[in-house]
Design a protein around this ligand. Structure first.
Ligand code: SAM
Length: 309
């Protein structure tokens, strides 16, 4: 008799996935962890009742978390990933040849160990890369204490529950800002704005109060049920949000990066927010309005040239 494993995050609706084989289930010192096989989605990681990733579609989120900030930078050398114990974001970060060192600060060693045991293809050897440094610690404490400075900080956290809750706070983002180099970029995962607009607004409010530029950007993560998924961006250099598509394309070629979701056009289009998302953060995004307008006009321009309008 197959077992069905449910997401328990949403109070009034649930998603169930058939577990054709439960590979591991444990209450770690930090969270409930379940890894199981599903005929459709491949291997699934669930933490505290929330689907975190599946081997079928993990590339979407990991590519957009890593390549949007790093492609916007001419030559990122020092990157910090908070969370991300599965290695997916770290794998994508290390595809950038200019990255000399990437630190992954993960609170729960069990996530790394079991990810390597049950779906090593996601990390794809990145933990063995000499440029990778793994720190097992609470990301909140790590950024508060670190004297290092980073070109990009990528917060690959879970939902704002359990150990991840602190990674969605002003104190944490304030310390992230201090740990960035001048002109550095902070990105974080920011949930499902269709269902939780208040979560997106809260993070954008903090970002806009700490940085010159704040803007959500979107991706479509099939296993995150509830509509398009929001990531969020903060930096003090407005120009980084408006890197020309041709420049992004040159960087993709020069860096020899292949991706299945990320493209230069998707990079720019991701910041063109659906009306209800823009409304959720209305009045908060400084220095971005002109960029979004130019994004949209550029896209229209491209469409006109291609005779698509
Ligand atoms: N990368 C996945 C995806 O595709 O959506 C999901 C995110 S990842 C699994 C979230 C990670 O954040 C988990 O490994 C969890 O242990 C880690 N984490 C949660 N709270 C943390 C904290 N305070 N500091 C560092 N890592 C934390």
């Amino acid at each position: 008799m197959a077992r069905w494993i449910e997401e328990t995050f949403h109070p009034h609706w649930r998603v169930r996935l058939e577990a054709s084989k439960v590979l591991h289930e444990v209450k770690t010192a930090h969270q409930h962890l379940a890894i199981f096989e599903n005929e459709t989605w491949g291997t699934v990681l669930m933490l505290d009742g929330v689907c975190q990733l599946t081997t079928l579609d993990e590339f979407v989120y990991h590519e957009m978390m890593a390549h949007v900030p790093l492609m916007a930078l001419a030559a990122p050398t020092r990157v910090l990933v908070i969370g991300g114990g599965d290695g997916g974001v770290l794998r994508e970060v290390l595809k950038h040849p200019s990255v000399a060192k990437a630190t992954l600060c993960e609170i729960d060693r069990t996530v790394i160990d079991l990810s390597l045991e049950h779906y090593p293809q996601i990390a794809d050897g990145c933990f063995d890369d000499p440029r990778a440094e793994v720190v097992i610690a609470d990301g909140l404490k790590y950024v508060a204490d670190t004297r290092e400075r980073f070109d990009a900080i990528i917060v690959d956290s879970s939902e704002p529950i359990g150990p991840s809750a602190v990674l969605h706070t002003r104190a944490f983002f304030t310390d992230c800002k201090r740990a960035l180099k001048k002109g550095g970029i902070l990105v974080t995962q920011n949930g499902l704005p269709f269902l939780f607009p208040e979560h997106l607004r809260a993070t954008t409010e903090i970002f806009a109060s700490l940085f010159r530029v704040a803007s959500p950007y979107m991706c479509t993560q099939p296993c995150y049920f509830g509509g398009p998924f929001a990531l969020n961006w903060a930096s003090d250099d407005a120009g980084l949000l408006d890197v020309a598509e041709a420049t992004l394309a040159r960087r993709v070629t020069k860096r020899g990066i292949t991706a299945r979701y990320y493209t230069p056009a998707v990079h720019r289009a991701a910041f063109a927010l659906p009306g209800y998302v823009a409304a959720a953060v209305d009045g908060l995004m400084r220095a971005i309005k002109s960029t979004v307008k130019s994004n949209v006009s550029t896209n229209n321009l491209v469409a006109k040239k291609a005779g698509r309008r």
